[in-house]
Design a protein around this ligand. Structure first.
Ligand code: HEC
Ligand code: HEC
Length: 199
């Protein structure tokens, strides 16, 4: 009983101490988190309107890539092109390597004509893997047609909106190649060496 009271007294003293300490150093609610406004209403919290480029394909200006070999953003209007369906993929009509140059479009790179999925083995009883992940092995096979995994272009390539950002973006891209802002270099390394553990 006595011990209980003593513990309570210590706990109370500790609380007073903690409260005493924090009281001198106040952290305002507005300074926590990314939004720098009051958290009690939504005034001034909504971001700028989404404004996708309206320039038609062929008349737009390419957007610098976010980093070396980043998927480029779509600089042109995509009105009427999305969603991409199995019957209707307009992106390939202009970006297929065979026609891209005549359309003034960047050709779909070699990486999109490759199968990265290993064909594992199953003899009806036993399943064995075709690659050894522990040895960092990968399977890369060039194929004739656009890889199914690359069919849905807008899964990785998206239009970019202009407008004011709610939070300032001070990211600066550093490219490993001189033309990295506008050209992918992945084709050059892909069949050569994909060992990411090697320096
Ligand atoms: C009518 C032809 C046409 C169609 C359809 C088209 N594009 Fe384009 N695309 C272009 C042209 C031309 C450019 C180069 C910029 C320009 O001149 O407007 C381009 C640029 C791009 C770029 C930037 C490439 C770079 O090097 O920075 C991407 C990404 C892209 N398009 C993706 C797409 C996707 C995804 C679709 C389908 C939703 C699509 N495009 C449909 C013609 C087309
Ligand atoms: C799974 C994600 C993914 C999908 C799906 C995809 N891409 Fe890409 N794309 C990338 C990445 C990553 C790069 C940059 C690295 C590279 O070249 O492979 C790229 C690069 C490109 C480039 C620039 C090539 C260059 O030489 O600089 C074009 C053009 C392009 N893609 C068009 C397309 C089109 C058109 C489709 C749909 C048919 C598509 N992509 C589907 C991820 C994707």
């Amino acid at each position: 009983m006595k011990l209980g009271k003593l513990t309570l007294a210590i706990a109370t003293a500790a609380t007073v101490l903690v409260v005493g300490c924090t009281a001198s150093k106040t952290v305002s609610e507005e300074s926590l988190g990314l939004r720098k406004t009051t958290i009690y209403n939504e005034k001034d919290t909504t971001a700028d309107k989404v404004m996708y480029g309206k320039d038609a394909a062929g008349a737009s200006k390419k957007i610098a890539r976010a980093f070396q070999d980043a998927p480029p953003m779509i600089p042109h209007d995509v009105e009427g092109m999305l969603p991409i369906t199995i019957e209707n993929n307009q992106c390939t009509m202009c970006h297929e390597p065979a026609v891209a140059e005549s359309m003034g479009a960047t050709p779909i790179p070699k990486s999109h004509f490759m199968d990265f999925r290993p064909k594992h083995n199953f003899d009806g009883k036993q399943f064995t893997k075709a690659i050894d992940n522990m040895k960092n092995e990968v399977s890369v096979k060039p194929i004739e047609q656009l890889a199914g995994a690359r069919f849905n272009c807008s899964q990785c390539h998206a239009p970019q909106t202009t407008g004011k950002l709610a939070v300032e973006n001070n990211f600066e891209a550093a490219y490993t190649k001189d033309n990295g802002a506008f050209k992918s270099s992945w084709d050059e390394v892909i069949l050569d060496d994909l060992d990411t553990l090697k320096k």
